[in-house]
Design a protein around this ligand. Sequence first.
Ligand SMILES: C[S@@+](CC[C@H](N)C(=O)[O-])C[C@H]1O[C@@H](n2cnc3c(N)ncnc32)[C@H](O)[C@@H]1O
Length: 288
Amino acid sequence: MEETGPSLSWLLQDAARQLRAALGLENPEARLEARLLAGLALGQGSAWLIAHEREPVSPQASAGFAALLGRRLAGEPIAYLRGEKEFFGRSFVVNRAVLVPRPETELLVETALATLPAGQVARVLDLGTGSGAIAVTLALECPEWEVYATDLSPTALEVAQHNARRLGADRVRFAHGAWWKAVEDVKFFDMVLSNPPYVAEGDPHLGALAFEPSGALVAPDEGRADLASIIRGAPLRLANGGWLWLEHGCGQGAWCRQELLAAGLGNVQTKLDYAGLERVSGGQKVSK
Ligand SMILES: C[S@@+](CC[C@H](N)C(=O)[O-])C[C@H]1O[C@@H](n2cnc3c(N)ncnc32)[C@H](O)[C@@H]1O
């Protein structure tokens, strides 16, 4: 006798129920995630899932679906299960070596694009590139820019280099090392961007971020240590008129502005995200 399992529709409903209970998702989001996981497990798109909802799922496919669902119920981000995340309209490969690029970081990219006139030749640096989301996006949006990208994590750099190759940003130059040290041999930058670790040790939000590398998230000194290293090194590495832009926590704007001013940068300012929160601060090296 042929072995049959529960229908796809039953599996989807049951998965959505578990996702609501375990992760506190609203019903539409839970249903969407259940479909996404089923699509991944069965290797099929949403049209196929709709067309085959009433059919039984083989025990082997059910087991694959259950395994993915188990990982999601444990809190693993969907992006790691899919192995990709969309950023600024492009799909970036991600794994547990890199932070999942966030929509908030698109503000840093928008700020960079608005800072230097389109078509201008410029040397631009992304410090702590992770998946390469910022550097690769800027290299593709502004092909005339000479883009550098660094990271302390060699495995993150591998992911970033892979993304640069597959998205056609072959000219991004990657360097391994701690903040400014990684680019010691490069003279001056017209713009430097960074989304460094800025979460304080022991922050209660870290529980929900347990699957992402802590070296990408957490910084000593109430989350300020890496921001401070980057700001304090900037005046020596920016070209005259060059800009530094940093993503930071929504409660770190005032402190960042103070540090940027203390480092001697001018035109110090903060950009708000779509929720009206202070997210990106920067300043310019102005001649005295
Ligand atoms: C918040 S993640 C940002 C990743 C990516 N730029 C993004 O926005 O999605 C911070 C990155 O900084 C890197 N990092 C941490 N400490 C560093 C250091 N001392 N020097 C260079 N990179 C560092 C981490 O490995 C991580 O990839």
